[in-house]
Design a protein around this ligand. Structure first.
Ligand code: GLC
Length: 427
C-alpha cells in the first residue's frame, strides 16, 4: 500500500460515524445516497464487511414505496440546511429528505459480492438477500414513480436528485420554478466554503420552493408528478439505473432469483432503447428531455456522455462521442469537465458548471472501457489520480488550474482514489 492509499483509507475512517460515512464533516454531516454507494465500493477493496454496513445504514432510510432518499439524517447536526424540519417527510424512525439520488446502490452491491468472492470473505446470506430486496424495490420505484408512461427514461423532480445539483442543464426548467415564500432560506454551505463556488441565493430559494411544494403534496409521487413545474427525463440517472440494473440482474442470478432477474432485465432493455434514442447526431452527444416544455435539454454537460455506461455504441457513434469528449478536454489541467470551456455557462470553480468530479470520471471511465476506448479511459484515470496526488482528497477540481475546491477530506474522492489505483495495479 502506498502512503496516499493509506491516507485515502484514513479519510474514510475519519468520516466514519460508526457504520455509515459522511461525505465530509461540516458541509455534509449526514449520510448521502450515492456518496455512500461509491464509498461502499471503496471499502469493498479492503474491508468487505464494512462495505456491507455502509449500504445497510442507507437502507434504514428507505421508504415503504422503495424510494431511497438522498439524505438520511441519522444524527442531528445544525451545520446543514435544509434539515428534517424543512423536509417534513413521514419517514420514521430515522428522518430523511424526500427526494432521491442516482441509483449507484446496485452497482455497489455487485462490487461487494465480487470482492467477497475474490477475497473469500463469507457474508451472511440473509444480509445479502435484504440488500438485494432493497435494491430491487428501489429500481421498481424508479420505473413506477418516475416513468409512469413507460418511456424507459426516468425523470427527476428536483435538481438535487441528479447529484449534479447546480448544472446548467437545469437552468431553463429552474427558471419556471418560483422562489419560496414560506420557508426562510438559512444557508449554511456558504459558511463552510467560498460562496463563489456554490449555487446562487436565488437558485437556493427555488430549490426550497420545490421542497415546500412536495411537502404540500404529502410526498405522494402521483401528486408530485402532477403538480411539479420541474420534470426532466434525465440521461445521467437513466444510464446509471440501466447499468445498475445489469449488475442487479447478475446478483439476482447468483441468488437464484430467476423471475426477478428477468423482470430487471426487461427494465434494462427499456432504458437502453430509450437512451439510444436520446443521441443527437448534430451535437455528437446524448440529451435529456424537459417533460414540461417538451424540449431537448441541449446545455452541454458531463451527463451528455454518461449513456456510454449502459450502451454498446456502434463504431460511428462511438467515434463521434470520443471526438466530442476529447475536444472538451483540450487544454485543461484536469478532465473531465462538468461543462465544456466553450459553453457560455462555463465557470471553472462553481458547483457543477465546469469543475471535475472524481466519481463522474469513475462512471465515464467505466463507459469508455465498455465501449472499447481503453486508451482514453486510462488517460482520464491517470489524470484524476495525478490531480488527487497534487492537491489531496478535495470535493472537486478546477479543470483549468487543477486546484482543489469545495470541501476537503472528501469520502468519495478517497474511494475513487482507491478504486483507480487498484485498477491501475491490475492493468
Ligand atoms: C452535493 C453534490 C451531490 C453530493 C453531495 C454530498 O450536493 O452535488 O452530488 O451527493 O454534495 O457529497
Amino acid at each position: 500500500m502506498t502512503d496516499l492509499q493509506d491516507a485515502a483509507r484514513r479519510v474514510l475512517s475519519a468520516n466514519d460515524r460508526g457504520g455509515y460515512t459522511v461525505p465530509t464533516p461540516r458541509l455534509y454531516p449526514f449520510q448521502w445516497n450515492w456518496d455512500s454507494a461509491f464509498v461502499a465500493m471503496g471499502f469493498a477493496l479492503f474491508d468487505v464487511e464494512r462495505a456491507v454496513t455502509e449500504l445497510e445504514w442507507l437502507v434504514r432510510g428507505q421508504w415503504a414505496d422503495g424510494m431511497i432518499p438522498h439524505i438520511v439524517f441519522h444524527q442531528p447536526s445544525d451545520s446543514y440546511f435544509p434539515g428534517p424540519d424543512v423536509w417534513r417527510t413521514p419517514h420514521t424512525p430515522v428522518p430523511t429528505s424526500g427526494i432521491t439520488q442516482p441509483p449507484v446502490f446496485a452497482m455497489a452491491l455487485k462490487a461487494i459480492l465480487d470482492a467477497a468472492r475474490q477475497k473469500k470473505v463469507q457474508l451472511e446470506p440473509g444480509r445479502i438477500a435484504r440488500l438485494f430486496d432493497a435494491a430491487l424495490a428501489f429500481h421498481r420505484w424508479w420505473y413506477a414513480a418516475r416513468d409512469p408512461d413507460g418511456t424507459g427514461l426516468v425523470a427527476l423532480l428536483h435538481p438535487w436528485e441528479s447529484g449534479s445539483d447546480n448544472s446548467p442543464a437545469w437552468d431553463a426548467a429552474l427558471a419556471r420554478v418560483p422562489v419560496t415564500t414560506t420557508t426562510p432560506v438559512r444557508r449554511k454551505d456558504t459558511g463552510h466554503v467560498d460562496a463563489a463556488m456554490r449555487p446562487r441565493d436565488e437558485d437556493y430559494a427555488r430549490f426550497i420552493h420545490l421542497v415546500d411544494l412536495y411537502a404540500d403534496c404529502g410526498w405522494d409521487p402521483v401528486e408530485q408528478w402532477r403538480r411539479t413545474p420541474f420534470r426532466i427525463a434525465d440521461i445521467q440517472t437513466t444510464a446509471i439505473l440501466a447499468r445498475a440494473g445489469e449488475d442487479l440482474a447478475a446478483v439476482a442470478d447468483g441468488l437464484g432469483r430467476t423471475d426477478e432477474a428477468s423482470e430487471i432485465r426487461a427494465m434494462v432493455v427499456r432504458s437502453r432503447t430509450a437512451l439510444a434514442g436520446a443521441w443527437r447526431d448534430a451535437l455528437g452527444r446524448f440529451v435529456s428531455r424537459d417533460l414540461v416544455s417538451r424540449e431537448d435539454v441541449t446545455a452541454p454537460t458531463q451527463a451528455s456522455f454518461l449513456p456510454l455506461l449502459a450502451l454498446d455504441l456502434a463504431p460511428a457513434r462511438r467515434d463521434a462521442a470520443e471526438r466530442e469528449m476529447r475536444g472538451w478536454c483540450e487544454g485543461l489541467a484536469v478532465a473531465f469537465p462538468s461543462t465544456p470551456r466553450s459553453s457560455p455557462h462555463f465557470e471553472a470553480k462553481r458547483y457543477w458548471r465546469g469543475p471535475v468530479w472524481a466519481v463522474i470520471n469513475w462512471l465515464l471511465i467505466d463507459g469508455l472501457e465498455r465501449n472499447g476506448l481503453a486508451e482514453f479511459a486510462a488517460d482520464l484515470r491517470q489524470g484524476t489520480v495525478a490531480a488527487i496526488e497534487r492537491v489531496g482528497f478535495c470535493e472537486y477540481f478546477d479543470p483549468v488550474t487543477g486546484e482543489g475546491c469545495g470541501g476537503e477530506g472528501f469520502s468519495w474522492t478517497a474511494a475513487a482514489y482507491l478504486h483507480f489505483t487498484a485498477m491501475s495495479a491490475r492493468t
